[in-house]
Design a protein around this ligand. Sequence first.
Ligand code: TXA
Ligand code: MG
Length: 318
Amino acid sequence: MIENQIEIAVQIIRNGGLVAFPTETVYGLGANAFNPLAVAKIFELKERPSFDPLIVHVASIDDLHALTENADRNVIRLAEKFWPGPLTIVLLKSKLVPDIVTSGLNTVGIRMPDNDIALKLIRAANCPIAAPSANKFGQLSPVSAEHVKKQLPNVDYVLDGGNTSVGIESTIVSIEGNVCSLLRPGVITIADIENALPNTFIFNSEKPEKLIAPGLLKSHYSPVKPLYIICNKAFCFPEASGFILHGGKDFIHKESKIIYTSHTFNYLEIAANLFSALHAMEDDEHIKQIFIEPVTEVGLGIAIMDRIKKASYKYQLA
Ligand code: TXA
Ligand code: MG
């Protein structure tokens, strides 16, 4: 019974432990956001650099007010439109938020996940939950409980909610008055934000002066095997290759493993299945390298290509 699992998880959170839990995007590795010692364990287990701040998860829009004093009209409008859902809003933090959560920044990222188990957990624990994705730093994000256990076998507890539905991490925006900046693309696009905030200047900070969100690192979300973007389907692919395709039916390579994230280039399907496909290729001992088909960078395609480029960055052919 999931209710019993949630009760166990709540006790662990209250006692300063770590619980991996499902959200609609990817699994999170959670601790009580108001307990700095518990939050420190997240950095330790993930081997995450201390300069990389965490997102705080809440269960209602009202919970915003404990975390920030800057929940103005635009913020509430975004929250009402997109929460619960895959949008993280970065705001000036209140004094209640420990510095370790924000890596010393004066801002905090906040979101309300669209997942019943996550919402029940936050409500029953009666505290906001700080959680990065439940993977080792830089590696593939987990979209199932099994993916979490593969990378973090020593986590105190994993709440198993099956596969996540959205499959890629939340869109991140920072907002100050009438200026809203996109820090990480996701399924909620710039056009969606523009529609919700018609009188606001939306700034796409693809090339920030300084690193404000390590999700903007060029290499991130990487499998442990080489991953290459397919540029030329006539390329002479090596033996033991895995192919991740999204609908390119003309592309058949005998004796190779092929995983389709979609058969019709449906971007929601591709996003939902992208990390699962990468995990499956990573886990298959017969596969030595992975080739992935690119998508067109429009709409949700921008977020999908963001993850694909970062996952393959280390292995770019010169
Ligand atoms: O969908 C998601 O956002 C998932 C689920 C678990 O909620 N979480 C997630 O967390 O992707 P993580 O830690 O893997 O990525 C969060 C990103 C990091 O790149 C971090 O630098 C950025 O959010 N971030 C967090 N707080 C920030 C802040 N105050 N200012 C700028 N960036 C921030
Ligand atoms: Mg992550």
